[in-house]
Design a protein around this ligand. Sequence first.
Ligand SMILES: *Cc1c(COP(=O)(O)O)cnc(C)c1O
Length: 383
Amino acid sequence: MKDLAAELQQRRQQALYRHRRIAEAPQGPLMLIDGREVLAFCSNDYLGLANHPEVVKSFKQAVDTYGVGSGAAHLINGHTQAHHALEEELAEFTGRERALLFSTGYMANLGVVSSLLTQGDAVFEDRLNHASLMDAGLLSRARFSRYEHASPKALAQKIDRSGAEEKLILTDGVFSMDGDIAPLPELARIAREQEAWLMVDDAHGIGVLGEHGKGSLEHLALDAKDVPILMGTLGKALGTSGAFVAGSHDLIEFLIQTARTYIYTTAMPAAIAEATRTSLKLVQQEGWCRAELSNLIQRFRNGAKELGLDLMPSETPIQPLLIGDTVKAVSISEKLLEHDILVSAIRPPTVPEGTARLRFTFSVGHTEEQIDRLLMALERTIQ
Ligand SMILES: *Cc1c(COP(=O)(O)O)cnc(C)c1O
């Protein structure tokens, strides 16, 4: 049996030990965490919908209608009118025939990939894909290959050599730890040439990118023919919880019949679905939010440049500053906390060895003054 205490001690020594902070407040720029009021730059609540009064109201009303628990899986009797309506609205929002809800994004990814692929098939993944996509590829038992980050050329070489009948290309739309956008038009072209599936996980693009908040695909003017499988999460910009997969009628029907993480799990609470219907409306109505968010991001990037800080190239609300050394990244994040600013140090194995970073994320709820406060604290801590 392995010595757990020794392994934990080793993690502590390498500055890799993780611990939970305890929040006593809803998501928002100012939060009470571990008994201390902090200005937070680490949430995925990009549009401030997690505690939006209208979303909260829909949730409460739906609890009166449906109760709290959904009681069973979708295929038993847990699939309510609320779930069904949300699926139809997500299909329309994404311009696809159908959409299917999953209880989490992690499960959506595992479910789709294991349904479509098996031994003898092949899966191709960007090497910086989210952990859930990596696990999905491994769980499927298909032949697993990773290509150089954001390199269609590297993908083309690998996929060209594959003799597999069934091929699936998997990529994040917006890379979760880097904030850059995948070269989707080129990936779509390769998928077409190779008769491979292309699936995009747009957890950080949905709600944020594109004129109507439809995500990376809208941003790059791609449609369902280019990207037949679109996965999006509800726990980030949409401010609730869960995920969806959108695609053709046959794809969704096939997933209902075969995706194990869909079949063998309790449906998300109906009230979450109702709350999400309201956030989806807000995402579409409140286009100004995306413009405001871009302004805040630009203000941060300009300010960081003046301080001589070399941010990674990103036009999304995920703005990483590469530090490299893990101990140093953790130490800067601790110093920022002394200024009551909460920013995560992202360390291996979440990112490759030697690429520890500070990952700033922005929300439309932040003010310009708060961005300036962050820049001032950075000036004092990083030099
Ligand atoms: C957050 C995230 C997921 C997981 O979604 P959950 O609903 O939180 O399980 C999957 N993929 C990416 C790219 C993510 O950022």
